[in-house]
Design a protein around this ligand. Structure first.
Ligand code: FAD
Length: 493
């Protein structure tokens, strides 16, 4: 099945909207009629909504899952093209991400992963292109450069953040951690700038921007330190946990397992292509109205709509002023991720940075396609925004510019991408906050509103902004709703 989401470009077909995915659900609905009543309605079929719907159905609740898109997976989905899975959004998983790994164990998928980068063959080096200055170095030197720069960046307390964020699931456990959220990444870089070489600074800045998808000024230094803490306070931990392992058959091969399990309970009704416009809490129940005007009711509602699009749903009664303030602030990640399939067969072990002049700034050799081509994944973001589908030649140029030091000009056979910034159901990539958002509003984002519970990777406690955080949150709210409804039934006898 082909999703409406995503784009591909090839010489033969030009730019095409929509890519195939096993995450597209056919038939798109199994809802018998709008009069049916449910224990819980789940809005959103990303990992958070899928987890919540599956757990609630498995616990015996009657569940209705409503999704605006034609597919499951939300910000994590894959498209298999020419026998090769391209990851359109969330990609990497690691056993240090305990919620994700628990689910992979449930579905016996622990071995269905493969390495992303592989420094064992072909062009095997790191290119650091800083405007007009280019350097080529071994991956060992790349690591040395980043370790040196990141250690200076993160060493806020003499122990690389360990005293300031000792318990990352309680991110503001210390007062000092809250203070960090007043700072931007730019503030921190300014304070250590004299100690950084130009190479360290470019490598550091591009790495931080790779994490935030924003600008240095809009990147919360605290949130970067939270990622760092989750990764064990080391660069090696970051590389291991953030970009090492991906599913052999793509993210959608994982997400579909949640959906299939929920469906097998026979307690899951679902409707795709069904954006929710309005949510009304009527005391004894919650009523939702879809964009098409259909109404459904349930005892509870789990809303997994991401922060940047939550303002497009109206609530009666109004959400609290502080929750609305968080929604109005939003998150800042406008990451652009572009996959390039290159006829150059020997770039498997290449990594590169082109910063700050290029629209794509960070890229790695990520695989070899069945055709024998190299798959390189490239990242840009809010520091130099680009809409890849608007000017495909500019996008191709941005890919080519990653290889300034490479003798061989990259021969682009195919581009694959999803424009998350222009996506009406995301308006951004993974959650990343500007300074102040979390210190002021983390609790507000998590707060329930009567019979409506809010769950999202965007306000998870641990791997916030990761697939793991989405599963953490879906697990939390399904448990809470299940417990409440059982208690209610017991009271009613
Ligand atoms: P979503 O996946 O956004 O799910 C919310 C769902 O709600 C969506 O399906 C949306 O369509 C739906 N929705 C929105 N509005 C409405 C409405 N009004 N009515 C009905 N439905 C609606 N994480 C990792 O762990 N590893 C990675 O390598 C990684 N890389 C990433 C790269 C990119 C480019 C992106 C975009 C994300 C990446 N992430 C990664 C983050 C990860 O994808 C997300 O944190 C996670 O998938 C979010 O899950 P969620 O269920 O909380 O939200």
């Amino acid at each position: 099945m082909t999703s409406r989401d995503g784009f591909t470009w090839t010489h033969a077909s030009g730019l095409t909207a929509g890519v195939p995915s096993i995450g597209v659900i056919d038939p798109p609905t199994n809802v018998p009629n709008s009069d049916a009543s449910y224990d819980v309605i789940v809005v959103g079929a990303g990992y958070c909504g899928l987890t919540a719907a599956r757990n609630a159905a498995a616990e015996g609740l009657k569940v209705l899952l409503l999704e605006g898109r034609d597919r499951i997976g939300g910000r994590s989905w894959s498209s298999n093209i020419g026998g090769y899975p391209f990851e359109m959004g969330g990609t990497w998983v690691h056993w240090g991400q305990s919620n994700t790994w628990r689910e992979m164990t449930r579905y016996q998928m622990m071995n269905e992963v493969e390495r992303s980068f592989d420094f064992s063959h072909g062009v095997n080096h790191y290119e650091l292109n800083i405007t007009k200055q280019g350097y080529t170095m071994s991956h060992e030197k790349e690591d040395e450069l980043l370790i040196s720069a990141l250690n200076k960046f993160t060493n806020i307390d003499g122990v690389y953040g360990r005293d300031t964020i000792p318990l990352p699931y309680d991110t503001f456990h210390t007062a000092a951690a809250k203070d960090l959220d007043n700072l931007s990444a730019q503030d921190r870089i300014n304070s250590i700038a004299p100690s950084l070489s130009p190479q360290e600074r470019a490598a550091l800045e591009s790495f931080v921007l790779l994490c935030s998808g924003a600008t240095l000024i809009t990147t919360s230094f605290h949130e970067f330190m939270h990622w760092w803490a989750m990764c064990g306070y080391t660069y090696a931990g970051c590389i291991d946990m953030l970009i090492s392992w991906k599913f052999k058959n793509g993210q959608s091969s994982f997400a579909i397992r949640f959906f299939q399990e929920a469906l097998a309970t026979k307690r899951l009704a679902y409707a795709f292509n069904t954006p929710v416009n309005h949510i009304r809490d009527i005391g004894a129940a919650v009523e939702i109205t879809t964009r098409a005007g259909t109404r459904y009711t349930a005892a509870r509602l789990i809303c997994t709509v991401p922060l940047n699009v939550l303002g497009d749903v109206t609530f009666d009664p109004h959400l609290s002023a502080s929750k609305r303030a968080a929604i109005a602030t939003g998150h800042v990640n406008q990451c652009v991720k572009v996959h390039a399939e290159l006829a150059n067969r020997d770039l498997r072990s290449w990594t590169g940075v082109a910063y700050p002049h290029n629209e794509l700034m960070y890229a790695i050799g990520d695989g070899t396609t069945p055709a024998g081509n190299t798959h390189v994944v490239c990242f840009g973001g809010g520091n130099k925004p680009i809409d890849p589908e608007v000017d495909i030649d500019a996008t191709k140029r941005a890919v080519s510019n990653m290889f300034a030091q490479q003798d061989e000009t990259p021969q682009i056979e195919r581009l694959v991408f999803h424009n998350w910034s222009n996506d009406e159901f995301a308006k951004g990539a993974w959650f990343f906050p500007a300074p102040g958002l979390l210190a002021n509003h983390l609790e507000d984002m998590r707060e329930r509103h009567g019979n409506v519970l809010f769950a999202s990777s965007d306000w998870a406690l641990g791997w916030r902004s990761f697939i793991d955080g989405a599963i953490e949150e879906g697990t939390r709210v399904a448990y809470e709703v299940g417990k409440e409804l059982v208690e209610l039934r017991n009271v009613k006898g």
